[in-house]
Design a binder for this molecule. Structure first.
Ligand SMILES: Cc1ncc(COP(=O)(O)O)c(C=O)c1O
Ligand SMILES: [Zn+2]
Length: 411
């Protein structure tokens, strides 16, 4: 049997390539344009879409914006409905307009990846697919393994050869097939899709079109939480680009529905030590080139050849956005500030967004009405290596001197 023949979505779901405008029936095994080799996105036939806030699951509330005919509640792990937190101390310290954090660290596996996995797994089950997989260095592995377990699907996680064992355990606990693969990581991405096609394993990788549909829900929630407004700026970390693309599509959808006239300016953020998309943006290029010698503390977004990089460049240019880079020193300082001033423990990859906002506000005067939302994509608990390097002082005392010591410290 050839899997690509029978596993297609509903007739109204199609995949489209934004580079050549060709459309194809949805096939989860064929997600790159055969002509342009760029990632394709879901293009749904126009239908009446509306927000159903009275429903309990986040996927149900925004179901009419998603390519899901039905939401199977048993597959959910309670993803979404994450808080939008005003960062007032950070705002005052840096003389910023109102700044909010969309805190995606509170998702079931501590990152925004659950939003995408939730939708892709809903579709996988609806299509009768029995095996799923992913190629990941961290958050996506844990997320895919957890949702795979929840749905009772066979789950394959392909890992980089040098992946540290504590990260592997965070995915391994869910019982997937874990496979470390020697060889180039970029080639592994392409090889996984090829093997998936042959063996019927749906590899829901970083730039998968259904995953991207799930990321849209973060955008709808921000709109709702701001009382039906869009922020002026939306800062998001960029690796493969799937997350940024999903967020932008969310606001485009809201505009199509007449729910807003405005779009936020998307600011994609990369770590300077691995910033192929930011470099191409700064150089006015339409295509990025592979980044040599990638090195940054923001491991989760260290991707020297991101598969959605060209699409990100195209979309941010067409929609008045930008892509910028921040240094490791700026990232580590921002991570500490988010924790100390606001109580949010962000992964270094997510802390890039605060570092970028501080940098941006020094270049560009921001007015009081320029509301900013930072998406905090993942929890710092998954990247303790950077925290171990921080100077976090621990004092010592004895039980008999405890009271005196606290008085001396000035508590
Ligand atoms: C914490 C975190 N933030 C951001 C990203 C970037 O997402 P994308 O690959 O969709 O650009 C990732 C991706 O791995 C991540 O783990
Ligand atoms: Zn194309």
């Amino acid at each position: 049997m050839h899997y690509t023949d029978h596993i297609i979505g509903k007739p109204m779901d199609r995949l489209e390539c934004l580079f050549c405008a060709r459309k194809y029936p949805l096939n989860v095994f064929e997600v790159f344009c055969p002509c342009c080799h760029e990632p394709m996105l879901i293009s749904s036939t126009p239908r009446k879409r509306s927000i159903a806030l009275d429903r309990s699951l986040s996927l149900e509330k925004y179901q009419s914006f998603l390519p899901l005919a039905h939401v199977d509640r048993t597959l959910s792990l309670g993803e979404g409905d994450t808080p939008l937190l005003l960062l007032d101390r950070v705002r005052r310290k840096h003389h910023l307009p109102p700044v909010y954090a969309k805190n995606e660290t509170v998702n079931p596996t501590q990152s925004f990846k659950d939003r995408g996995t939730a939708v892709a797994v809903q579709k996988a089950v609806a299509l009768g697919i029995k095996s799923i997989g992913t190629v990941s260095t961290g958050n996506m592995a844990g997320s895919t393994a957890a949702y795979g377990a929840r749905a009772g699907l066979k789950t394959v996680v392909l890992l980089k050869e040098d992946m540290p064992s504590d990260k592997i355990r965070a995915a391994g606990i869910y019982g997937p097939i874990l496979l470390k693969v020697r060889g180039d990581y970029g080639e592994l991405f392409a090889a996984s899709l090829d093997i998936g096609r042959k063996q019927g394993i749906y590899f829901m990788n970083s730039i998968d079109p259904l995953r991207i549909e799930g990321y849209k829900v973060i955008g709808y929630e921000i709109f709702q939480q701001l009382g039906g407004r869009v922020p002026r700026y939306l800062f998001v970390p960029v690796s493969s680009g799937g997350h940024l693309i999903g967020l932008l599509r969310a606001f485009l959808n809201l505009r199509e529905e007449g729910l807003t006239a405005d779009l936020p300016a998307l600011v994609g953020v990369q770590a300077k030590g691995c910033s192929p998309v930011a470099r191409a943006f700064a150089g006015g290029k339409a295509r990025y080139s592979r980044f040599r010698q990638a090195e940054t503390v923001a491991h989760a977004i260290s991707n020297p050849a991101p598969p959605g990089g060209n699409l990100v460049l195209k979309l941010v240019r067409e929609n008045s956005g930008m892509v910028m880079a921040v240094t490791d020193t700026e990232i580590v300082a921002a991570q500490r500030e988010l924790a100390e001033l606001e109580g949010i423990f962000a992964d270094p990859a997510s802390a890039t967004v605060l570092a970028a906002l501080i940098k941006f506000s020094r270049r560009q005067r921001l007015g009081l009405r320029d509301e900013v939302v930072l998406v905090i994509t993942g929890s710092g608990l998954k990247s303790m290596d950077t925290v171990e390097r921080l100077d976090i002082s621990v004092r010592q005392t004895s039980l008999s001197r405890l009271e005196k010591t606290l008085r001396l410290i000035g508590v």
